[in-house]
Ligand binder design. Sequence first.
Ligand code: GLP
Length: 251
Amino acid sequence: MVKFICADSETEAGRVAAEIMAEVIRIRPDALIGLATGSTPINMYSYLADMYRAGELSFKDVRSVNLDEYVGLPPTHVQSYAHFMSENLFSHVDIRAENCHIPSGTADTDAECERYDRLLDRLGRVDIQLLGIGHNGHIAFNEPDSHFPKDTVRVRLTDSTVEANSRFFASRDEVPTEAISMGIGRILRAKRILLLATGAGKADILERALFGRITPAVPASILQFYQGELTVVADRPAMSVILSKHPDVLT
Ligand code: GLP
């Protein structure tokens, strides 16, 4: 079942996504939440931090797992996803450090993939998994490929992803070319998925992913097979192609 929510602005999309996430945590205070990075969820994290500050939400017993990390970046690196999470959410709320899980970018990568999978096995099914979408349809760091990876994997980033992510680094040369990513099979085990997309740049890929051919060349297209509850929150520019080709999705 897919539910589409079209928000009037990027800020509003972040607020709606935060409300959905908060609702899951209020119902289950020790929820296991799956978190994502990238520029898209920054607003959502800021709303969650606001809710905590206003005394409306506590992360005291919440557990979190992140999707991915750059190979080679320690958590102290400003562009590491560990640092991103700390800056955008963890340091602003009462979540316990020992309950926050992110793959290590500096451990031996093969051993780390194995460790992360065992951890995911132990933690059980994610209550709600947040996802962004890359311009080439990647989810987490699962790049277009000939197959859908099941478990946590080491990935070589495509040139287009390195290029897209270079905006956060001082130069393109500094962008890691590899990452460790939760596999698609693992992502699909979540009880619920919240896909967040904003901006006109995501409009085409969002439509192709959710209505086009299901193929590992567009990793997010696997979401069409997802058995749980999928909520797509997008602002109007990101929803534009879907709304023009499938105008009845919001009814
Ligand atoms: C990164 C992350 C993804 C994210 C994607 C989109 O490469 N690994 O989890 O969804 O890029 O990022 P943005 O939200 O900045 O467009």
